[in-house]
Design a protein around this ligand. Structure first.
Ligand code: TMO
Length: 347
C-alpha cells in the first residue's frame, strides 16, 4: 500500500493569516482559487479540520481515478487533510472495513457482490454513499463496422448477426488470433478485474467457442482497440462507460441474456447489470467525519461532465489532477453545491 498524495498546501493551514495565504497561493499557481467564506463557511472549515485526516482510495481505471481526485480536491477546498492510497478493489474493501476514515468512489455493485455481502450487510463495517450521479454500463463490445461494415472505409460487414450473442460462435474465426487458434478471442483488460466479471463462466455456460485473454491494463486494452480501429480489423473486447472509447468510438455492446441476480455470481450466462455506481466508506466515517461525509453524500457528477474530464486526460494529455482542476474552475457552482453550508446540519 502506498500513500502518494502530493504535498499540497490547503486553505485550512493558512486560514488565519494573510501572509501565509499569499504564500499558499504562490505555491499552487494552477489550483482553483481557494474557496472563500461564501462557499465554505468558517464553521464548516473548522469542523472539517477537527474531523481529522481522510483517505481517498485510488483504483486502477480512469473514471474512478477522476472521481477520487475530484472528491479529494473538493475536500481540500473545505479545509480537509486528504491523502490518497493506491489499492486494488479487493484490498480497498478490507482496508475501508478496518479504518474509520476511508472512502472509495465508483465501486460498481454488480462487480462486488461478495464484498457488499461481507462488509456492508454482514459485518456492517462499510457503508454505502448515495450514487455518484453518472450511470455505468459495461460488457463485451465490437467496433460497429464489424456488424454493419463501413462503406466509406471499404469495410464489409464481418458478423452481421451481432449484437445478438447467439451470433458469436458463427463468427469465432474472425475474432481468432494466432494464440487462440480456431477459437475466437475475447480481450479483457486488467487481470485483477477478471474474477468480478465471471467471463470464464459466461464462456463455458453459454457454450461459446472463445478464449479469454487479458491486455494487462486499461491502457493496454485501449491501445489494442485503437489499433483495431485504425486498421478496420475485428476485435471483441471489454469496455465500459464512462470511458473515452464508448464516448468517442462507434462501438456496439454484445446483447447477452439480460442480467438477473440469479445469473450474476453463479452461471454468469447473462450480461452486466446497468446500474448507477456508488461510493463506499468506512462505517465509522459518518460519525467521525460528518461534514466531509455530507459532501461525499452530495457528490453528484453528470455523465457529460465525467466524459469532459476523461477527454481532457485521454485526448489532450492532461494529468488527472490538471483535468479535474480545470473542470472545477469552469464549474464552480456544481461542486460548490455539494459542500454543506452549515456544520451542524451535517451532524
Ligand atoms: C473496473 N471496471 C470499471 C473496468 O470494470
Amino acid at each position: 500500500m502506498t500513500i502518494r498524495r502530493k504535498a499540497r498546501i490547503t486553505s485550512t493551514a493558512v486560514s488565519g493569516t494573510a501572509i501565509l495565504a499569499l504564500l499558499a497561493a504562490c505555491a499552487s499557481p494552477q489550483g482553483p482559487s481557494t474557496a472563500n467564506d461564501d462557499v465554505v463557511s468558517q464553521a464548516v472549515r473548522e469542523a472539517v479540520e477537527e474531523e481529522g485526516p481522510i483517505v481517498v482510495v485510488e483504483l486502477n481505471w480512469t473514471s474512478q481515478l477522476i472521481a477520487a481526485e475530484l472528491a479529494t480536491q473538493v475536500l481540500e477546498q473545505m479545509g480537509a487533510e486528504v491523502s490518497n492510497q493506491t489499492l486494488d478493489s479487493a484490498t480497498g474493501w478490507a482496508a475501508m472495513s478496518k479504518a474509520d476514515n476511508m472512502v472509495t468512489l465508483e465501486l460498481w455493485p454488480p462487480l462486488f457482490q461478495k464484498q457488499i455481502e461481507q462488509y456492508v450487510e454482514e459485518e456492517k463495517s462499510v457503508d454505502v454513499l448515495d450514487d455518484l450521479g453518472y450511470a455505468t454500463t459495461e460488457g463485451w463490445h465490437v467496433p460497429t463496422y464489424v456488424i454493419e461494415g463501413d462503406a466509406e472505409r471499404g469495410i464489409e460487414p464481418m458478423c452481421p448477426d451481432l449484437p445478438d450473442w447467439k451470433a458469436l460462435n458463427e463468427c469465432a474465426d474472425i475474432f481468432a488470433t494466432a494464440s487462440t487458434g480456431s477459437k475466437g478471442r475475447y480481450l479483457s483488460g486488467d487481470p485483477a478485474w477478471g474474477p468480478n466479471y465471471g467471463d470464464q463462466h459466461r464462456i463455458d455456460n453459454l457454450g461459446l467457442n472463445y478464449e479469454m485473454e487479458f491486455a494487462g491494463s486499461e491502457a493496454a486494452l485501449v491501445a489494442e482497440i485503437k489499433r483495431a480501429f485504425d486498421r478496420g480489423e475485428p476485435l471483441l473486447f471489454l469496455m465500459w462507460s464512462p470511458h473515452s472509447v464508448t464516448a468517442q468510438y462507434d462501438v456496439t455492446m454484445v446483447e447477452f441474456p439480460p442480467y438477473s441476480d440469479e445469473c450474476w455470481g453463479t452461471t454468469y450466462a447473462c450480461g452486466w447489470d446497468e446500474d448507477f455506481n456508488f461510493g463506499y466508506t468506512s462505517a465509522g466515517l459518518a460519525e467521525s467525519h460528518p461534514v466531509a461525509h455530507e459532501m461525499l453524500e452530495n457528490f453528484d457528477l453528470s455523465l457529460d461532465s465525467m466524459h469532459e474530464i476523461i477527454a481532457a486526460v485521454d485526448n489532450d494529455g492532461q494529468s488527472i489532477e490538471e483535468a479535474v482542476t480545470s473542470w472545477m474552475s469552469a464549474n464552480e457552482s456544481t461542486w460548490q453545491s455539494w459542500i454543506p453550508t452549515d456544520a451542524q446540519a451535517a451532524q
